[in-house]
Write a protein that binds this ligand. Sequence first.
Ligand SMILES: NC(=O)c1ccc[n+]([C@@H]2O[C@H](COP(=O)([O-])OP(=O)(O)OC[C@H]3O[C@@H](n4cnc5c(N)ncnc54)[C@H](OP(=O)(O)O)[C@@H]3O)[C@@H](O)[C@H]2O)c1
Length: 289
Amino acid sequence: MKKVIVLGASGQLGKTIRSITETDANNFVFISKNDLDITDKNKLVSFFESTAFDYCINCAAYTNVEGAESNVEDAFLINAEGAKNVAEVCEKYQVKLIHISTDYVFDGKSEMPYTTIDQPHPINQYGKSKLLGEQYIQDHLKEHYIIRTSWLYSLFGKNFLKTIINKIENDSVLNITTEEEGTPTSCVELAQFILYIIKTDNIPYGIYNFSANGSATWYEFAKEIVINLSPEKKDNILSTNTFKTVAKRPRYSVLNLKNTEKNYRELFTWQQSVAKIIEVYKNRYSSDL
Ligand SMILES: NC(=O)c1ccc[n+]([C@@H]2O[C@H](COP(=O)([O-])OP(=O)(O)OC[C@H]3O[C@@H](n4cnc5c(N)ncnc54)[C@H](OP(=O)(O)O)[C@@H]3O)[C@@H](O)[C@H]2O)c1
C-alpha cells in the first residue's frame, strides 16, 4: 500500500479525505496547519525526512477569495511560496504530489468549458496566487498532478451548501446571484478521484480538471439544494444580478472534463451530486429535521 501525507488536513477537502479513508488509516498521515505550516520549509523537511511517503496531497491553501484582495501577501505566501516549498520537498524525497488548484485561474471570458491547455488569466488575487503556485510546482517537480476544481462543497467546514442549508432551516429568504456560471463539486467525488490516482499509480502527470458535469449559476445551485432538502421552501430562494463582491469573479468558469473522464470514469451531473449529499445529510441529521 502507498504511504500518503495530507497537508491542510483540517479544511473541508482534508476532512473529507480522512472520512473516506478510515479503513486504511495506517497508510495516511493527516497534518493540520497547527502542526505543519507549509510556509515553514524546515518543518516540511523534517516531516518528509521522518517517513518515506509515496504521495503528498496538498489541500493547504489560503481560500478566502474576498480576503485575498486585502491580504495579498498572505495569499501569495501560502498559495504560491507554500506550494513551491511542498514541490521542492517532494522533489527532494521523491514523493509524488497531488495539488489542488482552481477554476479561478481563468478570467471567465470564454463561452466554452476551459480545457487544461487554455491560457490562464486570473482576475483576482486568489486566482493569481494559485496560478503562481501551479507554475512553481511545474518548474520544480515532474511527478505532479495539479487538479483544478470549482465551487467545492461538503458537510464539513464552511461552504455554500452548508450556508444554504443553515439559512433555509432558519426559514430565511435569500437573494442569490445569477451573475456567475460554473460547476458545483462534491468534495467526496474529488476525494475519490484523488484516491483513484494514488491506487492506479500510473495516470500521466500533469493538469486535470475536476468538477461534476454541467453548469449552474449560484442561484440555480441554491435552488437545487432547497428542492432536495425542503421543496416547500423553494420560493425562499430569489435571484439577483446586483450582488457586490470585493474580488472580481470570472463570469464563466466551467471546466472541460473530457481528459479526466478518459483517465477515470464518467462524472455525475451536479444535480445528481447535490441529491446525493442532501440524502446523506438527511440520513445523518434526520432527528433534527
Ligand atoms: N472551496 C472552494 O470552493 C474551492 C474551489 C476551487 C479550488 N479550491 C481549492 O481546493 C483546495 C481545498 O480547499 P478547501 O475548500 O478544502 O479549503 P479550506 O476548507 O479553506 O481548507 C484549507 C486548509 O488549509 C489550511 N491552511 C491555510 N494556510 C496553511 C498553511 N500555511 N499551512 C498549512 N495549512 C494551511 C487551512 O487552515 P486554517 O483554516 O487554520 O487557516 C485549512 O484547514 C484548496 O487548494 C483550494 O484553493 C477550493
